[in-house]
Design a protein around this ligand. Structure first.
Ligand code: SER
Length: 436
């Protein structure tokens, strides 16, 4: 029997609570007292003061399922595994167990509790990196993994992959060990060097089996030792569902596919990238609004505005009536309120905020699309910086949406040129202000 996401949540929390972890509630997506962070982007983000020793945790072993928003790889949304909103199943040791127990717990969970096909699993360990000479290669994790995996399935990676953190510009970080599952050649690029380091999608990271939090990263990227040695482990619930429910992508798991179904115009052949983007972005927007974020032009308010507008653009590109976006939002509330009652409590606000933003943006979008089609007709391969800037400056049409429209027609945008024009405009207005 394939487990439902409900069963996966329960098994995860039961396992860690049986192993002495206190189950704590998910924090809000709005970071509290952390100006370095736009949104809560990981399970550990709300727990930073425990890792630094500034606050004492209620217990030294904790676990939960934390709602997270990550937009740094927003352009990847639409593939099989990237989402801007996801739920992170996390377990933490705050100065309690370290590498040996963290890896044993991870393995027991994967092998005994979830019964993953372990012949498909790979572990990555930190190889050392000239960028961070103070952090030695993680020989200890390698030694522990060798109890469970043959050496050829232990992969050594540098700081870009296996030195995790901080969440935000500064904060706790450390070398990590991740578990990947090989989804099979049919998902791969076919390259002879294809391994968990390859981004083709064949190897899916299912668990960051432990960030070994030992260091504090400062603004200049220098590291100092933390007072405690801690563990921050996390697994994306949606990715677990993909493997355990034996589906192709996160959009087919039991809690997400009903949202896409609401969006799909019946009998139409839909562009699945647009469907996926709308599904993901509406889910993110609903959770953000429920936590009190409202669309505006700075910081996390802008993140919300950007994802709502991108969802509306994709509704337009795929000829999906925008009322379906609202119906999809209602579906998100219906599915997730049992875990996050703040959704039900803010149902009216969620819908009215989305409706308001959709109607405010509708006019700009129609004008933008009209003007863009004239620009596209005159462009070969690249939309010029001047044209993208004019759309931004005269119509308020965001450049990331110009990029989307360009992509749909096989064009790119001169982004570097656009940034230079924007900077020049900002400089001119700075000079004007100084003269006043
Ligand atoms: N913080 C780590 C991550 O997000 C492990 O939970 O991958």
């Amino acid at each position: 029997m394939k487990p439902t996401s409900d069963e996966i949540r329960k098994r995860f929390l039961d396992f860690f609570s049986e192993n002495g972890h206190l189950v704590i509630p998910s924090a809000s997506l709005i970071p509290i007292g952390d100006p370095t962070l736009l949104m809560v982007n990981s399970g550990m983000a709300p727990l930073k003061p425990y890792f630094t020793g500034e606050k004492t945790p209620p217990q030294t072993r904790l676990c939960n399922i934390q709602k997270c928003v990550r937009t740094n790889d927003i352009d990847g949304v639409g593939d099989r595994h990237h989402l801007t909103f996801f739920e992170m199943m996390g377990n933490w040791s705050i100065g309690d167990y370290f590498k040996e127990d963290a890896i044993h717990l991870a393995w027991t969970m994967i092998h005994d509790v979830f019964e993953f096909d372990t012949s498909q699993l790979f572990a990555t360990v930190y190889s050392g990196d000239p960028k961070f000479p103070a952090v030695p290669p993680d020989k200890e994790s390698e030694r522990i993994w060798l109890k469970f995996l043959p050496p050829e399935r232990i992969v050594h990676l540098g700081a870009d992959c296996n030195l995790w953190g901080p969440a935000g510009e500064t904060g706790p970080c450390g070398p990590c060990t991740e578990i990947f599952i090989d989804r099979g050649e049919q998902y791969g690029c076919g390259g002879s060097n294809c391994d968990p380091h390859c981004w083709c999608g064949r190897f899916l990271e299912i668990w960051n089996g432990g960030v070994f939090m030992q260091y504090y990263m400062h603004e200049d990227h220098s590291l100092t030792e933390l007072p405690l040695k801690s563990v921050d482990a996390g697994a994306g619930l949606e990715r677990f569902c993909v493997i355990l429910q034996e589906v192709d992508s996160v959009y087919e798991i039991d809690t997400i596919s009903p949202i896409t179904e609401v969006l799909m115009p019946e009998g139409k052949n839909c562009d699945s990238r647009s469907m996926r983007i709308m599904t993901d972005h509406i889910r993110s927007a609903v959770f953000m609004i429920a936590d009190g974020v409202r669309p505006a032009n700075t910081r996390m308010e802008y993140v919300l505005r950007r994802i709502i507008r991108r969802a509306i653009l994709h509704a337009n590109l795929s000829k999906t009536d925008s009322s379906r976006l609202i119906a999809a939002a209602v579906k998100v509330v219906d599915i997730f309120s049992r875990y996050y009652p703040e959704l039900e409590n803010n149902r009216g606000e969620i819908i009215s905020t989305l409706e308001l933003e959709a109607s405010a943006f509708g006019k700009v979008l129609r004008q933008g699309i009209r003007e863009f089609s004239k620009v596209a007709a005159k462009s070969t391969n690249v939309v010029s910086a001047e044209a993208a800037f004019k759309l931004h400056d005269t119509l308020g049409f965001p450049v990331d949406l110009t990029k989307e429209l360009a992509l749909a027609q096989g064009l790119s945008v001169d982004e570097a040129g656009f940034k230079a024009l924007l900077e020049a405009q900002r400089e001119r207005s700075r000079q004007k202000t100084l003269k006043r």
